[in-house]
Design a protein. Structure first.
Length: 251
């Protein structure tokens, strides 16, 4: 068989979006990396949150080889993945008022910490409320979202606002409304979403910027190594011991 035309078109679309965020978000990525580095240097903690498929990019930087050991997943029961049954319940929970506040109040997050909130649309009650409450608690909030949704969709939060309105720093994924890059004759619905590729790239770029800033501050970035290379477990054990009071996913 020859190569797939549509597969190639998806790669082209994804590469184009990656170039857009590399160029268009460079200052915000550096700012977000600096905020994370300051939190590490000051003894504060790091958290990432996402609901549904947005949780994939949050999970991608938690307990990850080559990633910062201090990044913790702020999990909201029922919305982290598609394992909840029925899967539609996860989407419904994103619209429930009060859920984010309850999760934050029972979490270890406190003033001075950094929380990255990932939501493609940024319109649901859960990410909006999460950002509002986190800032009220004194956290630095980094939002990863598609700003376009705020101009073309209606907010589902009682305030009528979006995630982007309650962040200290906003990383714009530049994903088009509907998150589907391709159309094709004979296929009724648009398809081939690229938000996971782009959002994960934004997250990893931000982690790289944070590592760069930590070096500038004279601090060795607390990175994890792969457990599948010789010496990896020993390295990780040292890092986790040194920073154990700020790592919550192993408890």
């Amino acid at each position: 068989m020859g190569e797939s035309k549509l597969a190639g078109q998806f790669f082209d679309a994804a590469i184009g979006l990656l170039q857009q965020v590399r160029d268009g978000d460079s200052a915000e990525i550096a700012e977000a990396g600096a905020a994370i580095a300051r939190a590490v240097a000051n003894g504060n903690r790091l958290f990432a949150f996402g609901a549904g498929h947005s949780s994939l990019a949050a999970q991608d930087v938690v307990y990850r080889a080559g990633g910062l050991a201090l990044m913790n997943l702020l999990a909201v029961p029922g919305v982290v993945g598609v394992d909840v049954m029925p899967a539609t319940l996860g989407s419904a929970l994103e619209r429930v008022d009060g859920l984010a506040g309850a999760v934050l109040d029972s979490s270890p997050a406190k003033a001075g910490d950094v929380l990255i909130i990932i939501s493609l649309s940024g319109r649901n009650a859960l990410p909006v409320e999460m950002a509002m409450n986190a800032r009220a608690l004194g956290l630095t909030v980094i939002g990863v979202t598609s700003v376009a949704y705020a101009t073309e969709t209606k907010s589902r939060h009682v305030s009528g606002t979006y995630l982007k309105d309650h962040c200290d720093i906003v990383l714009d994924s530049k994903i088009a409304i509907g998150d589907a890059e391709l159309t094709h004759e004979g296929i009724e619905a648009p398809f081939a979403p690229a938000s996971t590729v782009v959002t994960s790239a934004l997250m990893q770029a931000t982690m790289a910027a944070a590592a760069e800033e930590l070096v500038r501050l004279g601090i060795e970035p607390p990175l994890l190594r792969s457990g599948n290379v010789d010496g990896g477990h020993e390295w990780n054990g040292r890092v986790m011991s040194e920073y154990g009071d700020r790592i919550f996913y192993r408890r």
